[in-house]
Structure formats: structure tokens, C-alpha cells
Ligand binder design. Structure first.
Ligand code: EPU
Length: 302
């Protein structure tokens, strides 16, 4: 979707929106997959409601992209503009046991920032790639930690009301890789409450998690983390591994030979390649185990 030529481009600029024309989203995603569209960087939170009204009035379809680490985006010319928060110097501050963090901040950066101020609890999240906003929306978790446990308040743009709202942590449901946020809610800022812990102790915890992750996950390859959610009481990675599917491919999309629930872009994989691989593996797991695996990765399909 190209809006650079439309009259509304000038008004968007006045509202502090930065417009990048013809961006390849393959450069914005950890999978290195995704077609082309215009990107709008929302520099001023206070103008977001007006920007969103403008887009709605002009009937311009849009999607919101966070860190791009858990999304599989279609190939070719995309039918939506992509909205993005500025990632340079996101706000982070600590007051007592509370941390106030912009959604665009890097998740690992936030964990370290808090650790240096003797606030812990989130050690398990250290190697989870992505933004704080993306982690909130999915309730990211690893090694027994999930971000939702620490959330006290979230400031978000709620598409349903067209306004910026603050929601209390108690009013949000955080389940396994799922929350009660609406798909089009846009996370802006979060307040977390974290337990006090000496930096050295937090660092020791972080090292253990980093070590476990390095030993079991393909960290230097292009992936979106785990492709499937674990079924209740089971492990998607173990089932796929037991089927002998490590290294199995569809074009350049490949099941990691390190962790079978990580699918890798091993070259120039397209979204179509990745979808073929996902369907193929899901079908094999269904016929062997009778389990229907659910995507953990979020699919943006035309
Ligand atoms: N396993 C295999 N073969 C494999 C992979 C795993 O046999 O190729 C076995 C392991 O030996 C272990 C079991 O399966 O006994 C579980 O594996 P692992 O400890 O790696 O955890 P997981 O359930 O596969 C989950 C999260 C990860 C998170 C890790 C660590 C999901 C879908 N995955 O993986 O999160 O990093 O635990 O806490 O919940 C993600 O969300 O993208 C993600 C990678």
C-alpha cells in the first residue's frame, strides 16, 4: 500500500509522522521474510488517535509492527501500510520497585536496565528477541518467567475506542502466549513492578538462561523463535524431532537442526516456502500424534 503520493501524506507529516516509502519488511523481521509497503513511524503518541482517524477516513488498511521477531509476513506488494514506534532512545526509568518503559524498547535492554538498578525477576526473558510491546501482547515467556506477572499498568492506543487509555494489570488476562488485548490494540508504555535483587545475583541468573538458550536454540540463524505453541502437557519441538524432521525443508525454509520448533530461513525463503513447511509439519504431527499444533508465530497474510 503506497500512501506517499496521497494528499494525506502532508497532514501526516504535520502530525509528526515520518513516512518511509517502499520499505521491504524482510529487513524488519528476524525471519528475513516480508514484502514491500510504506511505513509510518509514529513519533508523537498524542497524535496517534488523529493519525488513526485519518487512516480510517481514507480507508487505508494498516498493521502495527513491533520488533518483527514473531511475525511471518506475506511476500510481494502488501495491501496495508505498516505503523511503527520510533526505536531510538526509548524511555526507561525506575522509581522504587516500579519500572516505566516505552513499548518500543528492546526487551533484553529493559531486563538489563532494570538489573543494573537491582530489580530482577525477569532473568528468563533475557534472550527473548523483540520489543517490550510485542512481549506484552504475546505474554512472552521463557524459563518459568512470563512478562505478564510483573505488569501493573499498560498505556495503549485502543482501536475500539479510538483513544489512548491506561489499563490496570489486574484488568488484563495473561495466559500462555496469549493476552486479553485486542489484536489492533497498540502498546505504548508499561509500568512493571519488580522484586529487589542484587545486580550480581540477577546477572548469575541471566548467565544460566543464556547458557541454556545457547545450548538448545539456533540463535545465529534467521528465525521467529518457536513456530508452534506447545500443546497442553506436550512439546511441539520434541514431537517434530521424534518425527525425524530436523533439517526438513520447503524451498529455503528449514526445520532447525538444533531445535525442531524453530524454523529457519536458510537462504532466500519466501513466506510461501515457510507456510508450506508449517502446513507439512503440522499435518505430519496430526497424523502421527493426533495433535493439531497451533501457530505461535503471527501470520500476516494478504
Ligand atoms: N526437545 C527435543 N528436540 C528438540 C527440541 C526440544 O527433544 O528439537 C525436547 C527437549 O529436550 C525438552 C523439551 O523438548 O525435553 C522441551 O524443549 P525446550 O526446553 O527447548 O522448551 P520448548 O518447550 O521447546 C519453550 C518455549 C521457548 C522458550 C523455552 C525455554 C514455547 C512454544 N517455546 O520451548 O520459547 O525459549 O521453552 O523456556 O513455549 C518462543 O516462544 O518463541 C520460544 C522459543
Amino acid at each position: 500500500m503506497r500512501i506517499s503520493e496521497k494528499p494525506l501524506a502532508a497532514r501526516l507529516k504535520e502530525l509528526g509522522v515520518e513516512l518511509h516509502a517502499g520499505v521491504s519488511l524482510s529487513e524488519k523481521t528476524s525471519l528475513g521474510i516480508g514484502g514491500t509497503t510504506d511505513e509510518l513511524v509514529l513519533r508523537r503518541f498524542d497524535t496517534i488517535p488523529e493519525v488513526m482517524h485519518l487512516l480510517a477516513d481514507e480507508k487505508i488498511p494498516h498493521r502495527f509492527l513491533g520488533g518483527g521477531t514473531n511475525v511471518l509476513i506475506d511476500d510481494g506488494e502488501l495491501p496495508w501500510v505498516v505503523l511503527h514506534l520510533p526505536t531510538s532512545q526509548p524511555g526507561m526509568r525506575v522509581e522504587g520497585n516500579a519500572a516505566y518503559v516505552d513499548a518500543a524498547a528492546d526487551l533484553g535492554g529493559m531486563v538489563t536496565f532494570c538489573a543494573k538498578r537491582d530489580l530482577g525477576g525477569m532473568e528468563g526473558l533475557i534472550g527473548v528477541p523483540g520489543s517490550v510491546g510485542g512481549a506484552l501482547r504475546m505474554n512472552a515467556g521463557a524459563y518459568g518467567t512470563q512478562i505478564g506477572s510483573y505488569v501493573r499498568e499498560v498505556e495503549l492506543y485502543r482501536a475500539a475506542t479510538g483513544a489512548i487509555e491506561t489499563v490496570r494489570g489486574n484488568d488484563i488476562r495473561f495466559d500462555y502466549r496469549h493476552t486479553s488485548f485486542a489484536p489492533d490494540d497498540m502498546m505504548l508504555r508499561v509500568k512493571l513492578e519488580l522484586p529487589s535483587k542484587p545486580f550480581k545475583e540477577i546477572l548469575a541468573g541471566i548467565r544460566v538462561c543464556n547458557e541454556k538458550r545457547r545450548a538448545s536454540q539456533p540463535l545465529n540463524q534467521k528465525s521467529a523463535g518457536c513456530i508452534f505453541k506447545n500443546p497442553p502437557g506436550g512439546s511441539a519441538g520434541r514431537m517434530i524431532d521424534e518425527l525425524g524432521l530436523k533439517g526438513h525443508r520447503a524451498g529455503d525454509a528449514m526445520v532447525s537442526d538444533r531445535h525442531a520448533n524453530f524454523f529457519i530461513n536458510a537462504g532466500k525463503a519466501s513466506c510461501a516456502d515457510m507456510l508450506r513447511l508449517i502446513d507439512d509439519v503440522r499435518e505430519r504431527v496430526r497424523s502421527k500424534y493426533g495433535v493439531e499444533l497451533e501457530n505461535e508465530v503471527i501470520l500476516w497474510k494478504n
